[in-house]
Design a protein around this ligand. Structure first.
Ligand code: SF4
Ligand code: SF4
Length: 471
């Protein structure tokens, strides 16, 4: 039975409801009046239900597809402007007791060197990351109660926040670790995490069980109900996602949206972010093993449909995707990207052999400075903003500001001020020049006179060495 506000995974992600939704989508996508009605609703920028989004995903006629892309671009512009928030992953440990067949860290892979960073090594990695200009990290670790217990993760968070390098530090630590219990989520919240991120991988339970044969993650319900426990433990910004390519993308799209609707129904706040990784090659993993691997064209449309369906949710794409694909996805609604990433344990401080412990191959291998310049040259504002979480704007407080559109009064000035810090502290001369030009042109986009004046004042102060202003 389908019950969006149920605490039970099998009820809020109902397999039957997904099958009914897909059958309905096939029928209704051929009904022009219904499609027009959904597009009209989407234009109100209040989102779509999973049933409506599935119908749009099914439409193949060029006019409807064009309309979906233009709506996604409008929504992106309206809620996120041309700002793109930047972050980097930090891999702490690749020890893992799970058996996920698509991940090289799975317990049975004996060819991969196992490594876990000490607190000193974490501090070195963080210093290296700060020196490239990063302020926001996504911390990643495999699940292993012996090598990576919660205490290790908590110590690591403390270490990361404690590092000061040349007057700068990491300001927001998001955490991507295995599903855990309410008490552990409470401890993570108390340690000052930003978003708790956990990918569902696939919402198709049968496929999930095939792909996760061993380890605690093989328990589909424990994994799928993790965000509920995170909310109960006070982690009110949660990030969801699937690994596209593990099962049919239409099924996954509906599952993702049902999960978002469930969080909204049960806790009054949908997911803070949705990530859209696609299966890609890695040690011991070949894409050919996954018949559902997603072609570029379909992937772009899927991102656009998601953008239209959940306008208030940040959308993240990683360096798994090529620079070319990332540029296209930015126009379809992506609002956060990683940059200058290493997906291996110790990858920011070891220059050699880091690929051997990488979780996946990085397609976009450019250093952060090049990513920043590329964004600037394409008229995006690279943002290192971490203000909301530090100002206590999380969960439903954040969402209500977002829904009212008021959040952008903070986002643009914060983006410009954190970009200015980056330009002063870390940018190459060419990036600095491009950044200064973009800041000068973007000041007029701040609608509120007083905020604009203060921003100009703070930009000047940052130019003279001051740091960390925020709205
Ligand atoms: S996906 Fe995560 S849980 Fe699964 S094997 Fe890889 S690191 Fe472990
Ligand atoms: S002001 Fe808040 S929502 Fe806007 S970019 Fe900064 S952290 Fe994100």
């Amino acid at each position: 039975m389908y019950k969006p506000s149920s605490p039970y995974a099998d009820e809020f992600i109902s397999h039957q409801e997904i099958l009914d939704t897909l059958a309905d989508a096939e029928r209704e996508s051929r009904n022009p009046a219904r499609v027009a009605e959904i597009l009209e609703k989407a234009a109100l920028l209040k989102g779509l239900s999973h049933r409506e989004a599935a119908i749009l995903m099914e439409c193949t006629d060029p006019a409807t597809q064009e309309r979906i892309f233009s709506l996604a671009a409008d929504i992106k512009q309206r809620f996120y402007g041309n700002r793109i928030v930047l972050f980097a992953p930090l891999y702490l440990s690749n020890y893992c007791v799970n058996g996920c067949v698509y991940c090289p860290y799975h317990a049975k892979n004996k060819t991969i060197p196992r490594r876990k960073l000490s607190q000193e090594e974490i501090a070195s990695e963080v210093r290296a990351l700060i020196r490239t200009g990063h302020k926001r990290l996504a911390v990643e670790a495999g699940e292993d109660p012996v090598h990576n217990p919660l205490e290790y993760i908590l110590d690591s968070i403390k270490t990361i926040y404690s590092v000061n390098e040349g007057g700068n530090s990491i300001r927001r630590v998001n955490i991507n670790i295995a599903a855990t219990d309410v008490e552990s989520y409470r401890k993570l919240k108390a340690a000052g995490i930003g978003t708790y991120i956990l990918f569902q991988e696939t919402y198709n339970k049968e496929q999930y069980q095939r792909l996760h044969p061993t380890g605690p993650k093989s328990n589909y319900c424990w994994h799928t109900e993790a965000m509920d426990r995170a909310q109960e433990g006070g982690c009110d910004d949660v990030g969801i996602g699937v690994l596209f390519g593990l099962a049919g993308y239409k099924y996954e799209l509906v599952g993702l949206l049902m999960h978002a609707e469930h969080l909204e129904a049960r806790f009054g706040v949908g997911p803070h972010t949705i990530s859209v990784p696609r299966i890609c090659p890695a040690d011991d993993i070949s894409v050919e093993d996954f018949k559902d691997a997603l072609p570029d064209q379909v992937f772009r449309k899927l991102v656009a449909v998601l953008r239209v369906a959940v306008p208030y949710t940040g959308m993240i794409v990683s360096t798994r995707e090529s620079a070319r694909m990332r540029e296209q996805l930015l126009h379809c609604g992506i609002s956060q990207i990683s940059g200058g990433s290493r997906t291996s344990v110790g990858g920011y401080t070891t220059t050699e052999r880091h690929d051997e412990t990488a979780q996946f191959d990085v397609s976009d291998t450019r250093p952060l400075d090049e990513v920043v310049r590329w964004l600037l040259e394409n008229d995006h504002i690279p943002s290192f903003c971490t203000a909301c979480y530090r100002e206590g704007r999380t969960g439903d407080r954040f969402m209500s500001l977002c829904k009212s559109g008021k959040i952008s009064l903070c986002c643009t000035p914060n983006a410009l001020m954190t970009l200015k810090e980056y330009l002063v502290d870390y940018a190459s001369p060419a990036t600095r020049e491009a950044g200064e030009r973009l800041i000068a042109r973007s000041l007029s986009d701040i609608p509120e006179g007083r905020i604009r004046e203060l921003t100009i004042q703070h930009l000047d102060e940052i130019g003279h060495g001051a740091h960390d202003f925020r709205f």
